[in-house]
Every structure is written in structure tokens, then in C-alpha cells.
Design a protein around this ligand. Structure first.
Ligand code: ADP
Ligand code: MG
Length: 693
């Protein structure tokens, strides 16, 4: 930032600004106040409104350091209309020396009526002379960071705004990015006017209208922010059309054979989703589609059809999963489905796993490179370190929500060779609320599977206090005796993976003692991959009746005969995690039960989460509430990702602006590309380079 901090020349100021996300002049201008203080009026002491920050001025008539109930500085301040007590529970010696009888002071604080009349505790206090002029406008209070005062920011921003006015270059940082027609259509006020208003509210601006952020100036800023997001997402969407991808039209040879071999018919929703995907694959630019559907709706078979379509065109496909267990399961399932159809081909389906011997791994990589492998399945991590596909036509990312927005945006560029990119299909069981899919996911096309395969019965959810553990153990015993299978999910311990592991091992030991007549397995993230898959396979085959597991089984695991799940310390888990876990049961025709064990006392949020998961089964509804509870940053797992999060707009509250911004984005990209560019530059600056990467 060459001239935003020219006067100090200090690198550390720049660093501090960087912490606030300010890395250029526009960043400084868009660093808008959190709130305002009103120093434009003096209130008479005899008539102070309660619960509001107000300014008063008076003369100190008495000042003392009191020692009861604790050491404090107490001053009496009178203004002719009345008197109040000013109290400092922590104070410097310099304050005690300054605030002495006879001094005229101006206080800014909240007045309360206490036992000794009106009081202000820790007001902002300044010694003033008589007739000292009042501020002529509201004082902005900025978000700050350690070592950077609101005062410094105020000064920097003021200088910035003034300089722009003086040096005759108003276009650059305060200039209008939007064409008149857009401003008029959406009834927006000018950018310059809005920013000046928010940084330097005029004397008649009221705190109230600014606090609610409904003021036209705020509206404009929120619109701009949403517009920048829409533009960047739409640009991604368009950019993809400029890339080339191999057209992979459905030929029917493999896809048809796969459909014929299935023991079930596709649901209507699966058919629709596959039709959309199949159409995208036939195009000569890369598909970027998100396949969304609640747990258990059957996304895997749709993926298998897409894979078949790529293969029947002579291309390779890759399937990435977030965990080894899931990758293993996919490999097994796809080998079941496609293996027989590809039988004549050697090494047609390969697996890339962390537990593989070097030799196996090299063989798999060789098969991929020599195009003998038509399908490779593995974890996302494994794909990142290697990409040797000769003819990759389709990349599928399962449980996409686990990867976060940032990874999604960078991942897509992988596998791009010589100007062509593979088609991409992302799958997610975390339904994305409409406002989010319109914003953070606006660069994707979306297919939805909104129907479960027939014959499923809903999962009954029970909330049980931890104190009734004994009953639950009996219940598990009974179920297993009847030939059912059960999961016992160990608590999530966020602070320490080691501790979580220990808990899982101990739980496994304890339960083994309880159920000496049952076969019990243990699955956790640290198990050597080979053991992990051995356990999962044994559970799949019904040789293990009770599977003690950490949350590694949260995603994707599919064992239809398992109809009972116990989740320990459910109060520690997030909503989507609980929903995902619960989705592991209820996959067969047996009525399934999910028991959420919780430990008291419950925090308010934990109580709310348990209530929501108890009352709702629809993943969409759960996701919507999750978004409300956590906010988009955490919901998207994008906190640290560098993807620009919204600072001013609130997707729920400003949904109307989101619609408007979306329309405006299309218009700008269509008819005013230069405006669009300037707008993105202003709002995303360096981040827009990342977005272009
Ligand atoms: P998810 O969408 O959660 O990934 P899966 O693809 O694992 O779900 O499917 C869940 C289960 O439903 C699997 O056992 C799968 O074989 C089965 N299934 C998928 N589609 C159908 C269908 N149309 N009819 C019957 N069973 C189906
Ligand atoms: Mg799945």
C-alpha cells in the first residue's frame, strides 16, 4: 500500500492494517464504522436518558479515592441542572491527579440511577475549557486490532478521504462503479456520497438510523458487497466456458449395462439428476455441477453412471473422498458395479490409499499414467500429490462440504492440461440453503436429489441423559441378539485428537466387557488403513455386531443392516455432523433408532442443537437452522480460507439485496464489463487475483 500509510512509514502499521483486512486504499475506505458516538450534544444532568450513551459537561466539585467496598476514584460532577457521580474502579494515578475539584470535564458514557443518585461508571472523560466547541458530527468508531486505536484509524481514513478530494483523482477510490441505470433501477444512492456519509456523518445524521444499518448509505454498501461476490462467482462460471473439456456424450454401452445390472430402479430424482449431469458431460466445456441430496438419497449410483459415461467415451475418471474409510467403500461398491462390466480390462479400477505399499502404489500410478486404469478412487490428499492421468475426463469430489470453499475453487484447476479441463462433479449431503447457494455457490450448477429410495423408514431419535447409560447398554444388547447391527459413536474431543483416540479405545474396552458375547469392532482415524478396512468390511459382512467408532464414520458409510446408533456426548457435536451420523442408520427396511446421549448441564446452543436434530429429519431444514446458529463463515468451513466473506450484508436479512445484486451482476457482465472490473477491483482487490488463479 504505497500511500495509505505514508506518514508513518512504519511496516508495523501496515501489518496491523493487514490484520484488519486492509491492504490498499480501497480497503481503508471500505473499513466502515462499527457504530457511532454522539458528541454533538450536551445533555443536562437532571434529565439523562437511561441506557443510552450520552455526553454531559460539568465541573468537578469533589474528588476522592474511596476504599470501600474497593479502591476506586469517585468524583462529583455538577452542571447547574444537577449532579452525578463519576466512578472509576480502575484508574491511573494521573487520572486521580487530573480529576480534581474545579476542573471542567466532558463525559461520554451511560448514565444509571444508583443508590447515590445518577452515576456514570468509567465514562470517557476529557478535561475541557469553557466554551469548548462540540463535535459537529457523530464520531465513527472503527473495528480495530491490538495496538491500533480507533483514533488512529479515524485519522488515517480522514486523511485518505481528504486527499482524494484534493488531488483531483476522485474516480479511483471514491468514483462510481455502477452505471446510472443500475443505480436507478435498484434505488441506490451514489458510492461516494454513501462512503462519506458513513465515515463522516453530517451534523443532522441520527445514531438510530445508522445503528440499524437500514440507512440508504448502508444499503448501498451492502449492495456493493453482494454485487462483488456475485460478480466474482459469475466470472468463475463464465471463465469455465472459455476452457475446453472433452465432450462425453452418453453412448449407452456401459451406462446401459450398469443400469441393467442394478438390483433396483433409479428414483425419479436420481434420473433427473443423472440427465442433467449427462447433458453437461456431452458439452465441450467443463461441467461444474454440485449434486446435492440428503444422506442416503443415493448419490453414489448417479456418480457411477457419470463415471460410466466418461469411460464409454474412452476417458478416465477419478473419485475423491474425504476419508480413507469412505474411499475404500466407494472402491468396493464401484468394483461391484463396474468391475464385471469392465472385466476384460486389466486394472480397470484402481485404489490409491495411504496404507498402500510403495509397490502397489506405483503399480496404481503406472496404470493411471498408461491409461489402463479407467477409474481411480482415493482420498483427496492422495490426488493432490499425484496427477498422472493421461486422459482424465471427469473428476468427482464426494462430500464436497468437507473441503471448504477455498479448496473447491483451487481444486478445480487441477487436472487442467493443455487448455483442457476435466468435467467436475461435486457431491454433498449438506444441503445448501438458498441464500448460500445464491452467493457462495453461485458459480456452480446444482442438481438436487430430493427423494429417498423407496422402503426407507424414518429414524426415530431419542434424547437420553448420560445417567441412563445402563438402559441403553441393555437396549444395544437386545438389538444385537436379534441379529441387528449397531454403531456406538464416541464423543468428539476437539481439543485433542490423542484424547479422542484414548476415549475411543477405552470405550471399546468397556463395551467389550459389557458385551462379552458379542463381536465388537473399533474404527478410528488413526487405525492403520489396512486394519480400518478390515474392520469396516467385517461390519459390512455382519461379522461384527457392534462398531465402536469415532466420528470418522460421519461421512458416507453405508451398511444397511445397521439400524441402531448411539452417539455419546451428542451435545458436543454440530448439527450437520449429527445429521450425517444419524444418516448412517435408516438405510434398510428395519425401523432404525438413533440415541443421542447427552451430559448435563447443557449450554443454550447445545440445547438448541439437540432440539433441532430431535424435531427435524429434513436435511434442508437442519442446514437452514445450522446457518442461523453459526453464520456462513463457519457453516462453509471457510473462516480461514481467504474466500471473501461478507462483512456488511447479512444473507438472511438482506435477501432482497441479494436478488438485486444478482440481477445487476448479470447486467454488468453483459453490458458494462469495465464497470464490473472496477467494482471487483475495489471490493476484492488482491483477493480477486486469488479468485482468478
Ligand atoms: P448417499 O447419497 O448418502 O451417498 P448412497 O449412494 O450411499 O447415499 O446410497 C444409500 C443406499 O441406497 C445404498 O445402499 C444404495 O445402494 C441404495 N440405493 C441408491 N439408490 C437406490 C434406489 N433407487 N433404490 C434402492 N436403493 C438405492
Ligand atoms: Mg455418499
Amino acid at each position: 500500500m504505497p500511500d495509505a500509510a505514508p506518514h508513518s512509514g512504519s511496516a508495523s502499521l501496515r501489518e496491523k492494517l493487514g490484520k484488519l483486512g486492509i491492504d490498499d486504499e480501497s480497503g481503508l475506505i471500505l473499513h466502515l464504522p462499527l457504530r457511532y458516538e454522539d458528541e454533538t450534544h450536551l445533555h443536562p444532568i437532571h434529565d439523562l436518558p437511561e441506557g443510552r450513551t450520552v455526553q454531559v459537561e460539568g465541573v468537578i466539585t469533589r474528588s476522592e479515592i474511596a476504599y470501600r467496598p474497593r479502591r476506586q476514584l469517585v468524583c462529583r460532577v455538577e452542571d447547574g441542572s444537577g449532579a452525578l457521580t463519576m466512578r472509576f474502579l480502575n484508574f491511573y494515578g494521573s487520572q486521580a491527579r487530573a480529576y480534581v475539584a474545579g476542573r471542567r470535564v466532558r463525559l461520554l458514557g451511560e448514565a444509571r440511577s444508583g443508590f447515590f443518585g445518577i452515576e456514570m461508571v468509567h465514562p470517557r472523560c476529557r478535561i475541557v475549557g469553557e466554551q469548548e466547541p462540540l463535535a459537529d458530527a457523530l464520531t465513527p468508531v472503527y473495528p480495530t486490532t491490538a495496538g491500533l486505536s480507533s483514533e488512529t484509524l479515524r485519522r488515517l481514513i480522514r486523511q485518505m478521504l481528504q486527499r482524494r478530494e484534493d488531488d483531483g483523482d476522485p474516480q479511483r477510490h471514491l468514483g462510481e462503479t455502477l452505471p446510472d441505470a443500475v443505480l436507478q433501477r435498484h434505488q441506490l444512492q451514489g458510492f461516494r456520497e454513501s462512503v462519506l456519509f458513513l465515515h463522516q456523518p453530517p451534523p443532522d445524521a441520527r445514531v438510530d438510523s445508522l445503528r440499524e444499518r437500514t440507512h440508504p448509505a448502508w444499503r448501498r454498501i451492502k449492495f456493493d458487497e453482494l454485487l462483488a461476490q456475485q460478480l466474482s462467482m459469475r466470472l468463475h462460471h463464465r471463465q469455465r466456458r472459455t476452457h475446453h473439456a472433452p465432450p462425453l456424450p452418453a453412448k449407452g454401452s456401459l451406462t446401459g449395462a450398469l443400469l441393467d445390472s442394478l438390483p433396483f430402479a433409479l428414483t425419479g430424482a436420481q434420473e433427473r439428476a443423472y440427465a442433467e449431469i449427462g447433458r453437461d458431460l456431452a458439452a465441450d466445456h467443463p461441467m461444474q455441477r454440485l449434486l446435492q441430496g440428503d444422506v442416503g438419497c443415493g448419490k453414489t449410483i448417479v456418480a457411477a453412471l457419470a463415471i460410466s459415461q466418461a469411460i464409454e467415451n474412452g476417458y478416465q475418471a477419478a473419485l475423491m473422498a474425504p476419508t480413507e474409510i469412505l474411499a475404500e467403500q466407494h472402491h468396493r461398491k464401484l468394483t461391484d458395479w463396474l468391475g464385471p462390466l469392465l472385466a476384460p480390462l486389466d486394472a480397470a479400477i484402481v485404489r490409491l490409499s495411504g496404507g498402500q505399499k510403495k509397490k502397489q502404489r506405483q503399480a496404481a500410478l503406472a496404470a493411471i499414467g498408461e491409461e489402463r486404469a479407467l477409474l481411480a478412487v482415493g482420498t483427496h490428499a492422495l490426488f493432490q500429490e499425484m496427477v498422472g492421468f493421461g486422459r482424465l475426463g471427469l473428476a468427482i469430489i464426494d462430500e464436497q462440504h468437507r473441503f471448504g470453499v477455498h479448496q473447491r475453487l483451487t481444486l478445480r484447476m487441477k487436472g487442467a492440461t493443455g487448455g483442457t479441463m476435466p468435467h467436475q462433479l461435486m457431491m454433498s449431503a449438506t444441503p445448501i440453503p438458498r441464500t448460500l447457494s445464491m452467493s457462495y455457490y453461485a458459480d456452480l450448477d446444482v442438481s438436487v436429489i430430493d427423494e429417498l429410495p423407496p422402503g426407507r423408514s424414518p429414524v426415530a431419535t431419542r434424547l437420553v441423559a448420560d445417567t441412563r447409560r445402563g438402559e441403553i447398554i441393555e437396549r444395544v444388547r437386545e438389538a444385537c441378539r436379534e441379529g441387528k447391527q449397531a454403531y456406538w459413536v464416541c464423543p468428539l474431543i476437539e481439543e485433542s485428537e490423542a484424547l479422542q483416540l484414548k476415549t475411543a479405545i477405552e470405550t471399546h474396552e468397556t463395551l467389550k466387557q459389557e458385551f462379552h458375547d458379542l463381536k465388537i469392532g473399533l474404527a478410528h482415524g488413526r487405525l492403520p488403513p489396512r486394519e480400518k478396512s478390515a474392520v469396516m468390511e467385517a461390519f459390512q459382512r455382519g461379522e461384527i455386531q457392534l462398531l465402536v467408532a469415532t466420528t470418522v464414520i460421519e461421512v458416507g458409510v453405508d451398511v444397511p443392516n445397521a439400524s441402531l446408533m448411539v452417539i455419546e456426548h451428542a451435545e458436543r457435536m454440530g448439527l450437520s455432523q449429527l445429521h450425517q451420523l444419524r444418516g448412517r442408520v435408516g438405510r434398510g427396511s428395519e425401523t432404525s433408532v438413533c440415541i443421542l446421549l447427552y451430559q448435563k448441564p447443557l449450554s443454550a446452543t447445545a440445547r438448541e442443537r439437540l432440539r433441532i436434530i430431535f424435531e427435524h429429519h429434513d436435511g434442508f431444514e437442519i442446514a437452514r437452522r445450522d446457518l442461523q446458529l453459526r453464520g456462513p463463515g463457519e457453516f462453509l468451513g471457510a473462516r480461514q480460507s481467504g474466500v471473501p466473506m461478507l462483512r456488511f450484508a447479512d444473507l438472511e436479512r438482506d435477501a432482497d439485496l441479494l436478488d438485486a445484486a444478482r440481477a445487476a451482476a448479470e447486467e454488468l457482465l453483459g453490458s458494462h464489463p469495465a464497470s464490473a472490473n472496477r467494482h471487483i477491483q475495489r471490493w476484492l482487490g488482491r483477493k480477486s487475483e486469488y479468485l482468478r488463479a
